[in-house]
Design a protein around this ligand. Structure first.
Ligand SMILES: *Cc1c(COP(=O)(O)O)cnc(C)c1O
Length: 222
């Protein structure tokens, strides 16, 4: 068994019931991504539209595609064609564009709202205290369905350092869920990467996004 296959099977076997694995595939070759899919990965997460288009030629609909990067306004039309979910909506402007392009394409796009749980000025995502307001705005768009929250949290050396950010995001998730906002279905909480996924699951994540632990270290600078 090659390394990617072995890694995917090991992670899938250890995953808690009800937790979905997104394989984060940025900078991976299409043949590596295909191997992961053949080993059982059902959802691929891409940060870059151009990369996704290339890999899509090999993988197509054998997996679901989640957009997990920063979506540029001029890429929304293509993104809407290719992706099954956008995990990184963080403004009503980007939501409005997704809505418009989905209406033209006759689609409804499930989205997660990205929360900047570390309150880092340079990072994307909406601040935890602004999340409810954004969700109420996005809920008005007919061709978008809000289905939960996603967060990265600050890059941490010690996985335990991620816990407070996951807890804060989970608290926001539960609070907004309890509001029963019409058109909003709070069912996914996407948090945790290679370094932190066990803690994320502890704190309620039901989508984890893993790259290096499946595919090996990324080439420097990627
Ligand atoms: C790269 C990336 C991941 C996976 O990171 P690893 O540390 O390699 O597991 C998860 N989520 C997002 C948004 C990413 O960009």
């Amino acid at each position: 068994m090659s390394q990617i296959t072995e890694n995917v099977k090991r992670i899938l076997a250890e995953l808690t019931e009800g937790v979905e694995l997104v394989a984060a595939v940025k900078s991976r070759r299409p043949d590596e991504i295909l191997e992961a899919v053949e080993a059982g990965v059902k959802i691929l997460g891409e940060n870059y539209l151009q990369e996704a288009e290339i890999a899509y030629e090999t993988i197509g609909t054998r997996a679901q595609w989640h957009f997990i990067g920063h979506l540029q306004k001029n890429k929304v039309k293509k993104a809407v064609q290719l992706f099954d979910m956008v995990e990184t909506v963080d403004s009503s402007q980007i939501a409005a564009l997704i809505d418009m392009r989905c209406r033209q394409a006759g689609k409804v796009m499930p989205v997660l709202i990205e929360v900047n749980s570390g309150r880092e000025p340079q990072k994307s995502g909406v601040l935890p205290e602004d999340t409810e307001r954004l969700i109420r705005q996005v809920a008005e768009y007919e061709n978008i369905r809000v289905q939960g929250l996603m967060t990265m949290g600050p890059v941490a050396g010690d996985p335990e350092d991620s816990r407070p950010y996951f807890v804060e995001t989970r608290n926001a998730f539960e609070r907004i869920k309890s509001l029963d906002i019409p058109g909003v279905e709070m069912k996914y909480l996407s948090m945790g990467m290679t370094n932190s996924y066990k803690i994320a699951i502890d704190e309620g994540a039901n989508i984890i996004r893993l790259g290096s632990i499946l595919f090996g270290e990324r080439p420097p600078g990627k």
